[in-house]
Design a protein around this ligand. Structure first.
Ligand code: G4F
Length: 352
């Protein structure tokens, strides 16, 4: 029997790379990792699999239907997994058109390529809890109303509707599973978790060298709450969603929620750096600090920079992933504590 073929977009990003690693380890499928042509690509997330004989890089762009059409026509994939997106919510106010072009029109271009050239190919595109934004209840389930608070959330919500339209109009196997926040050692530094774990590693190494002149980590809103999981657990859930008898959309989440402030505390504690909060009554002036001299002087570990606040914030995300756990048998291996520890320890070890 011929090996199945899988196209993964966003291959150099966290989820694309984790998906490729998962499939190369657990299936005998051939993996085609789609990347954009760029003069200076960063292969750091692909180092574990880029030389695997069942893996191949292919060039394509969600903004260019000609490239998507050619790839689907030539490869004849059995699965098309779309992890390419402009996924940084914070920047989506600055480039809403580009965000929609990639996150929404890119999904239509992918669906059209599949519809025209390989209509039985199974399609997954990453949906987001950002679509629920201004939440009405917690924990949020798959029926939560769509109320995005950012161009990013709106672009993903539109993609979700389009995928449903293609599923119902053409009988395509197309799903838009909702992913709550998911992180790990391949996460980009623009996201708060990696910004914190890298910042902690920097402070750890300064302290180890006896240098107290380190830069504190500057953060925005410390009080927003997120349902954080490990991306490596999520790719397994996505694969389950793609291999059901009929397409059905699920949520992937940890079923717990934690504040950014709590992430900070856990991250410093994983590095055995003890801090305490100052000015807690004023969110814009809060500082996480460590005592230096007899509890009199403090060295700031984290400071708040109100310029990092968003024009509109999603205050609380908290998912209910019980349906995929009971119906498809998915269960995450990593807890919140495991995730924070893994990221901080990795960044301390690989600090340069
Ligand atoms: O890490 P974040 O940038 O992730 P955010 O906005 O929740 O989005 C991530 O998860 C979504 C799913 O829920 C995905 F759709 C999306 O693509 C992405 O993967 O920010 C998390 C929270 C926010 O409330 C933000 O205001 O952290 C707060 N925050 C506080 N200081 C900060 C910072 N976020 C960033 N990126 N940088 C800060 O300095």
């Amino acid at each position: 029997m011929k090996n199945k073929k899988v196209i993964i977009t966003g291959i150099l990003g966290q989820d694309g790379a984790n998906m490729a690693e998962f499939l190369l380890k657990n299936t005998d499928h051939e993996i085609y990792g789609m990347m954009r042509r760029s003069s200076n690509p960063n292969f750091i997330n692909a180092k574990a699999f880029k030389d695997n004989p069942r893996f191949k890089f292919v060039f394509g762009d969600l903004g260019d239907e000609v490239s998507l059409d050619s790839l689907v026509k030539e490869i004849q994939p059995d699965y098309f997994i779309n992890f390419a997106a402009n996924s940084f919510v914070g920047i989506s106010w600055n480039m809403p058109l580009q965000v929609f072009d990639t996150n929404t029109l890119g999904v239509i271009r992918s669906l059209e390529a599949i519809r025209k050239f390989k209509p039985d190919c199974r399609f997954y595109s990453a949906g987001s809890s950002e679509e629920w934004g201004d939440v009405e209840y917690s924990p949020q389930n798959i029926n939560h109303p769509i109320k995005p608070r950012s161009p990013d959330g709106a672009s993903k919500a539109a993609a979700r509707h389009l995928i449903k339209v293609y599923r119902e109009s053409y009988g395509m196997y197309a799903v838009h599973g909702i992913l709550f926040n998911h992180e790990g050692t391949k996460r980009g530094e623009e996201f708060v978790t990696r910004k914190i774990s890298k910042g902690v590693a920097n402070i750890y190494h300064s302290l180890k060298a006896g240098d107290l002149n380190f830069n504190p980590i500057s953060l925005g809103n410390l009080h927003s709450k997120r349902d954080w999981s490990d991306s490596e657990d999520f790719v397994e859930g996505v694969w389950l969603m793609l291999n059901q008898p009929t397409p059905k959309e699920y949520i992937l989440s940890s079923n717990k929620t934690h504040s950014v402030k709590e992430f900070v505390e856990r991250a410093f504690s994983a590095a055995r750096i003890m801090g305490c909060w100052l000015n807690e009554d004023n969110p814009e002036k809060m500082v996480y600090a460590m005592p230096v001299l007899d509890d009199v002087e403090y060295a700031a570990l984290v400071v708040v920079d109100p310029a990092l606040y968003r024009p509109a914030e999603v205050d609380l995300l908290w998912g209910d992933s019980s349906p995929i756990r009971s119906e498809l048998g998915w269960s995450p291996k990593s807890s919140f504590g495991d995730l924070v520890k893994k990221m901080v320890e990795y960044d301390i070890k690989n600090f340069s």
